[in-house]
Design a protein around this ligand. Structure first.
Ligand SMILES: Cc1cc2nc3c(=O)[nH]c(=O)nc-3n(C[C@H](O)[C@H](O)[C@H](O)COP(=O)(O)O)c2cc1C
Length: 169
């Protein structure tokens, strides 16, 4: 799949079939997330891969907008014990966002559907999901990505709003 098609064709998919996602595709999703750009290439991230039905069900019930049943979820989390020192420690947030987006684009390229559920910045959700996953204290859930074979196909994006751009020529 060509880059424009992969990026603009990626849309949030919120309804999935019950078909399981094969292990080899899960590995490709993880490879995409792990190899996202990372400040100083520190990669202070942890990826939780969830296919356990009870855990998926607990994730569905965890927040206001998280009830999106899917056969697979990946939680991208920051491992603060491995974050950069000094004033750079918060770069983990940008690393986690880049990893999340890479996973979403790879999901689309593999014929899967996916949706980013925001976790980080919602303190109570961060805590609840951390508990559901049995995450260590310094591991902070950032995004909950729902993934599966799509039951809906939103149209691709195109173009951009010129008002959001300032050209300096
Ligand atoms: C930080 C972040 C948090 C999001 N949280 C949710 C969410 O909790 N539930 C949801 O259905 N979609 C969520 N989304 C998906 C956005 O609603 C979606 O990306 C946006 O409407 C644009 O649609 P598109 O993804 O199809 O381009 C989130 C996206 C981002 C970047």
């Amino acid at each position: 799949m060509e880059a424009r098609e992969a990026i603009l064709g990626r849309r949030s998919v919120r309804k999935f079939t019950e078909e399981k996602v094969p292990e080899e595709l899960i590995a490709q999703l993880l490879e995409a997330g792990y190899n996202a750009p990372s400040a100083c290439n520190r990669k202070p991230l942890k990826f939780f891969v969830i296919t356990n039905e009870q855990t998926l069900s607990a994730l569905n019930k965890s927040g206001k907008f998280t009830n999106m049943p899917s056969p697979l979820a990946i939680v991208v989390a920051g491992d603060l014990s491995r974050a950069l020192p000094f004033g750079f420690s918060q770069y983990w947030v940008q690393d986690a966002a880049a990893a999340t987006e890479n996973i979403l684009i790879m999901a689309h390229a593999l014929g899967l559907g996916a949706c980013w559920n925001g976790v980080y910045v919602q303190d109570s959700l961060v805590q609840k999901i951390g508990e559901i996953l049995g995450a260590e204290k310094k591991v902070v859930p950032f995004s909950l990505i729902r993934i599966g074979y799509p039951k809906q196909t939103p149209p691709p994006h195109e173009g951009f709003n010129e008002k959001s751009v300032k050209y300096i020529r």
